[in-house]
Design a protein around this ligand. Sequence first.
Ligand code: SIN
Length: 286
Amino acid sequence: MTTAYETIRVRPLAGACGAEISGVDLARPLGNQAFAEIHRAFLEHSVIFFRDQDLKPADQEAFTLRFGPFGQTDYVKTLPDHPNIIAVIKEAEERTPFNFGGVWHSDFSYQDRPPMATILYGRDVPPYGGDTMFASGYLAYETLSDGLKRTLEGLRAVHSARRSYGSKGSYAKRRLKSMEIAADESGDAELEHPVIRTHPETGRKSVFVNPVYTIRIAGWTEAESKPLLDFLHAHAQRPEFTCRFRWAKGSLAMWDNRCLQHLALNDYHGFRREHHRTTVAGDRPA
Ligand code: SIN
């Protein structure tokens, strides 16, 4: 039986993942019990949401640091006085089909130790659209056949930033007007992670490949890898594995990159959207 929450209220948003938390002001220092309960809700629901928060950059930094040191931010220019915050912005006049975070991914999975969590705070939100979607890698794993689970558990995958931040990546070809992103050849580097990872805190297994950063199965060619990766991506994105968050100014989302993918919807042309984003350092996937 799960223990009741005493200092916060937790309302699940969908069967797969996601819960809204109320009864806490993140601009004030969190007591130990409130922090422990928020952390528990984060592990139980994989992504948690708070409404009506009034946070300065320093408040978001302090909340982030309760969970661990900042993660490493590559390629994207950070705020001048806040080297661990990036502003995710799309201006009203940017009618591009391409937006930051607009393809399913797990943040910075090309890093040796990708961030365990990302925290995103809504500062300017369109009147409709611009939702963020999340998909549970736990459910993606748990719904596979035993045969495929066994096969995948023996595999590793090659991850790289090359399709986005590499010398020929999307950010090298197309500039986002409102975000400074310096793609370069360092983005072409590759490293390997297991295809199935075990969450270091919950012990649950999840599928850990994504269409942005996973290039191929280690030891296979890209052509050989494509059918399997295409299947895993489509499977991981099944609607019943997802939840979808409707932003308002002052909303904050915190998601677990170790067991979730996410996607920023680009359906609000003509309106401005701005969020502040921080990450918490993670460990090497195993
Ligand atoms: C991201 O992928 O970090 C951005 C998500 C969003 O803007 O909703």
